[in-house]
Ligand binder design. Structure first.
Ligand code: CUA
Length: 362
């Protein structure tokens, strides 16, 4: 109890890991937001105290002392009424002015901001960097000390981007663009959350914002944009499980457990053997082989990525979006290779055991 009270009293002392009320502050706007928050908080403490103390005092002092007691209460007091009107008016005026300035600051990205296109989709975030032709999923790399503007839209339902440490938040709406901007002040990793309830796996719709030194940014993005292009087929599975599987993780497990979609564990064996039953009752085995729709089992996986509703696996609802236009041919090949080598990429519990470059994780 005493500890909690002490914590309450030191809320204004900003420490590196945040305060009792607020997470750590890591963007240029955070200081203003926190100031406003603390100001309103302290106004609340102040009025809470004087209201509760005078209420208790008056309850005792002016209580009804005998059953026959008749009171003549005051009818009005001009000085008191003016005070309790003018003081709060000034307070809300200050709060409005400071808040409005902060709001306008947050709405308008500075000229020359680095732009990232964000797409929300049940249940993952995709970040496209037009300047580098690179796309990241569930990860966003940005330079420190440079304003970044996120131009955002959704492919399905309402989502909302929230980066608590940067004090920014904005809805992501299908059929229109919204934006937010921030300038990170500290190198590090920060969590980005979806903060609009968007369905079953809303709570898993997370991403990490990597803030890196500005002089490393260019090289990092250039590498990200093209790393898979120079890879041999043998290197693709490790790339795919680290860079592309992020997009699948909320629905497809690696440990055999059933999610919104079938587990990836053993998927290649099931597909190769044609051992998949569709919701129409048809079996995949009848579509494999010479003179059939798919011919090679790889074609079925390819089509499942580009037109997932065409053949739904029995028992699943078909929540998967199309990846048409989002995956390059070599990335589709990388995913197929990932399925073939899943045993070498994960352990029994479904943990990923290789880094993007193929070295074992530690
Ligand atoms: Cu997307 Cu919640």
């Amino acid at each position: 109890m005493i500890e909690t009270l002490t914590q309450l009293l030191i809320t204004t002392t900003t420490v590196d890991n945040g305060t009792f009320w607020l997470p750590k502050a890591a963007s240029t706007v955070a200081e203003d937001v926190d100031f406003m928050f603390e100001l309103i908080n302290w106004i609340n403490y102040f009025f809470f105290a004087i209201i509760v103390i005078s209420m208790v005092y008056f309850c005792i002092k002016y209580r009804r002392k005998s059953p026959n007691m008749v009171c003549e209460g005051p009818t009005h007091n001009t000085a008191l009424e003016l005070t309790w009107t003018i003081v709060p008016l000034i307070l809300v005026g200050v709060i409005f002015t400071v808040g409005m300035r902060g709001y306008l600051d947050l709405r308008e990205a500075p000229e020359g901001s680095y732009e990232v296109q964000v797409t929300g989709q049940k249940w993952s975030w995709t970040f496209a960097h037009p300047e580098y032709g690179a796309t990241q999923v569930a990860e966003l790399t940005v330079p420190v000390g440079k304003p970044v503007r996120l131009l955002m839209t959704s492919n399905d339902v309402l989502h909302s981007v929230w980066i608590p440490d940067f004090r920014v938040k904005m809805d992501v709406v299908p059929g229109r663009y919204t934006s937010l901007w921030f300038e990170a002040t500290k190198v590090g990793d920060y969590q980005l959350k979806c903060t609009e309830y968007c369905g079953k796996d809303h709570s898993k719709m997370l991403a990490t914002v990597h803030v890196i030194p500005a002089d490393e940014f260019d090289a990092t993005m250039t590498k990200l944009a093209s790393e898979y292009e120079d890879m041999s087929v043998g290197q693709l599975p490790a790339y795919a499980i680290n860079r592309l599987y992020n997009r699948c993780v909320s629905c497809h497990s690696l440990d055999g457990s059933t999610g919104t979609g079938p587990s990836f564990k053993g998927l290649w064996d099931r597909v190769k053997g044609g051992d998949v039953t569709f919701s129409s009752g048809e079996k995949l085995s009848s579509l494999l082989g010479d003179a059939t729709l798919y011919g090679e089992p790889e074609n079925y996986i390819r089509e499942s990525l580009l037109d997932p509703q065409k053949h739904l696996v029995k028992g699943f609802l078909g929540a998967m979006p199309s990846f048409q236009g989002q995956l390059k041919e070599k990335q589709i090949l990388a995913i197929i290779e990932m399925f073939k080598h899943l045993d070498e990429l994960t352990d029994e519990q479904g943990n990923i055991t290789v880094n993007p470059d193929g070295t074992p994780t530690e």
